[in-house]
Design a protein. Structure first.
Length: 173
């Protein structure tokens, strides 16, 4: 199977993601909070600490913060984070950082980890590292909540988004 290794390398650079926002090339952006997360958030009985990695324009983070949750939104693109910070939302800490090198102060802090279009955007060679980091961020009773896709796209088609083999991902988790 031929895999476009250059695709793997480009997503490891923040400039690649900044260019997507500068050039309005963010097809994954649905211009509002993810409907599944909106529905899920209505089931929460009290405010929680939530991390939204790969937050992009931050619609999910904004929605959750507006409900009173303490939200940390992280993105590799400083352009996306600048856009989010300009909205000045209470209860929302927008962090421009490489997810994989988040400071240890974030470990064991969160009740929920929200996944949407982040796992499929990172270098597939780093998926196990992503999973480990995800669970490092969660507190002892924390939960990973996410939509994992695209599951029908072969990995050898390159990306992002990079295809996911659902059974493989389940085994990794």
């Amino acid at each position: 199977m031929f895999i476009k290794r250059t695709d793997y390398d480009k997503v490891n650079k923040s400039d690649f993601w900044d260019d997507k926002y500068i050039n309005n090339e963010h097809k994954w952006d649905i211009s509002g909070p993810t409907p599944g997360f909106v529905h899920w958030s209505q089931t929460l009985k009290s405010t929680r600490k939530i991390i939204v990695p790969g937050c992009g324009n931050g619609y999910d983070a904004i929605h959750l913060a507006s409900q009173g949750h303490d939200v940390v939104a992280v993105d590799f693109s400083s352009k996306a984070i600048d856009n989010l910070k300009s909205k000045k939302i209470d209860n929302l800490n927008a962090v421009s950082a490489d997810y994989f090198t988040l400071p240890l102060e974030f470990n064991n802090k969160f009740d929920y980890f929200l996944e949407y279009t982040f796992l499929c955007a990172i270098n597939p060679d780093r998926r196990m590292e992503y999973i480990k980091k995800s669970f490092d961020l969660l507190n002892s009773k924390g939960k990973y909540v996410g939509f994992l896709f695209p599951v029908s796209k072969p990995l050898n088609e390159g990306g992002p988004p990079f295809g996911l083999d659902l059974e493989e991902i389940i085994d990794m988790f």
